[in-house]
Design a protein around this ligand. Structure first.
Ligand code: HEC
Length: 187
């Protein structure tokens, strides 16, 4: 019994000490280009999924009127394209430098057409901590958030009218004009 308690005490002391020393060591990843920390993805995803299960509105709407989707496309070009890209366009300089990388929401790999609209709505409204995904509650109306969420749901069959709104036009999201090689090398 005595040994058991000593074991537990050592466990209680050693684990946080190990974690502290790891963070202090300078080897823990902090750069956006570094690989995820141990358990980082697990912790982030578990907490996010639990919150979504609890809070995301369970709506069954999957389609919107052409006018609402057009509004969503306007919202997207002004607020999201800089990170999530436009159809047929390469990722922007900002998107390339973020960690975790923002999914390119009009590509086959990145689109969230299978997610319930309520889940996307929750993510857009509240954002996702520690990822760079902003919450738009302070800056977009509820209708705008639904509109852009419905657009995400329908990202795989855009009408020509929506494609026109979503095509790059000035002011377009910043592109990587200066290539990486042109920048002075730092180590
Ligand atoms: C500053 C960059 C940035 C902007 C601007 C931004 N996002 Fe994001 N977004 C992210 C990142 C990074 C993630 C990835 C989070 C993760 O890995 O969990 C993300 C995740 C998402 C997801 C979840 C994708 C998935 O696969 O589950 C959706 C949906 C989304 N964003 C929609 C939007 C919409 C709509 C807007 C505009 C209203 C927007 N985002 C604006 C960076 C951004």
């Amino acid at each position: 019994m005595g040994k058991f308690i000593i074991g537990v005490l050592i466990g209680i002391i050693i684990l946080p000490m190990g974690a502290y020393l790891y963070l202090q060591s300078g080897y823990a990843p902090v750069a956006t280009s570094a690989p995820p920390m141990p358990f980082e993805r697990f912790l982030a995803k578990t907490a996010l999924h639990a919150a979504l299960r609890r809070e995301a509105p369970k709506t069954h709407t999957t389609t919107g009127s052409p006018a609402l989707l057009a509004e969503g496309a306007e919202v997207f070009t002004h607020n999201c394209a800089v990170c999530h890209g436009l159809p047929g366009q390469p990722p922007t300089a900002i998107a390339k430098g973020e960690f975790p990388p923002p999914p390119q929401l009009f590509t086959q790999r990145g689109m969230v057409t299978d997610d319930p609209v309520g889940v996307t709505y929750w993510k857009v409204k509240h954002g996702i901590r520690l990822t760079g995904m902003p919450g738009f509650d302070p800056s977009l109306t509820d209708e705008q958030i639904w509109a852009v969420s419905l657009l995400m749901r329908n990202a795989d069959h855009l009408t020509p009218a929506l494609q026109a709104i979503l095509s790059p036009q000035p002011p377009s999201p910043p592109q990587a004009v200066q290539t990486k090689k042109a920048a002075p090398k730092r180590k």
